[in-house]
Design a protein around this ligand. Structure first.
Ligand code: PGA
Length: 262
């Protein structure tokens, strides 16, 4: 795992977008694993700008989103399909037929989860997976105590998560209670994983996840097991990290990061 600390939220989001853009340029038919939430909104804004100004081409890309609420259709403004269309897909040249978000309206949710896993497999697996971290340490909607081997399935949302996301629904009472989510095992199968976390509210849980023990209570800690994970944070979110001298040294000297440094 590599940890990169950027001075601001904007710089962290821009670097994340550059990592995704670099993947798409090197591998035009990349399979992208995508995330939703306030943290990644500026990443998508940067990718849209790169598409318009630099001709970043998504026409051959495929995408799979981490999760979707059970019971919401894609035209519900709180759904993650709606989020992805409005924050990214409607503004770039990806073929929408190649974008997958779990179907929260499926009559057979277990079958939908299995089909989703199969679709990822048929696409050749995820080349680059973007994730955020929840206030409870989740990745996707893998709430505390999720199996670290889990695959796509339905999860009961944590009250912590319901409070975190209630604003999108005009109150916790209007929030769905369950979601389909890729499992921790699904995320660990990706070739590369980028975790973006910003803001002081996530500083404590982020430090637990990346410097604390590998444990199901904080499912983001599973990224310590990932073959190629990079964690990108802003200063505010890095506040509780203990090994930052090494993180900064490594980012400053690692040849792979040379094109991405200031
Ligand atoms: P946020 O969500 O970016 O809206 O904070 C991240 C997450 O819960 O994974």
């Amino acid at each position: 795992m590599e940890v990169i600390i950027q001075p601001t939220r904007e710089a962290a989001a821009l670097l994340t977008a550059k990592v995704i853009a670099d993947e798409v340029r090197k591998n035009p038919s990349a399979v992208l694993g995508l995330a939703t939430g306030a943290t990644v909104e500026p990443v998508y804004a940067n990718l849209i700008e790169m598409h318009h100004k630099e001709g970043l081409d998504f026409s051959l890309c495929k995408s799979f989103n981490l999760d979707e609420y059970v019971g919401l259709s894609g035209d519900h403004p709180g759904s993650y399909r709606y989020f992805m269309n409005s924050h990214l897909f409607d503004h770039i040249n990806i073929d929408k037929r190649n974008t997958r978000v779990p179907n929260g309206m499926a009559s057979d949710l277990a079958a939908e989860c299995l089909t989703y896993e199969e679709a990822i497999w048929h696409a050749g697996g995820i080349d680059l997976q973007l994730v955020g971290i929840g206030m409870d340490g989740h990745i996707g909607f893998n709430e505390p105590m999720s199996s670290l081997q889990s695959r796509t399935r339905v999860k009961q949302l944590n009250p912590v998560t319901i409070r975190q996301n209630a604003g999108y629904f005009g109150g916790a009472d209007k929030m769905p209670r369950r979601a389909i989510t890729m499992g921790v095992g699904t995320i660990l199968d990706s070739q590369r994983c980028v975790l973006l976390a910003t803001g002081s509210a996530k500083a404590e849980i982020l430090a637990e996840a990346i410097e604390g023990p590998f444990c199901a209570r904080v499912t983001a800690s599973a990224l310590q097991w990932h073959r190629r994970a990079v964690v990108i944070v802003d200063e505010a979110c890095a506040a509780n990290l203990k090994n930052r001298e090494y993180y900064d040294w490594s980012f400053a000297h690692e040849p792979e990061w040379a094109p991405f440094r200031g």
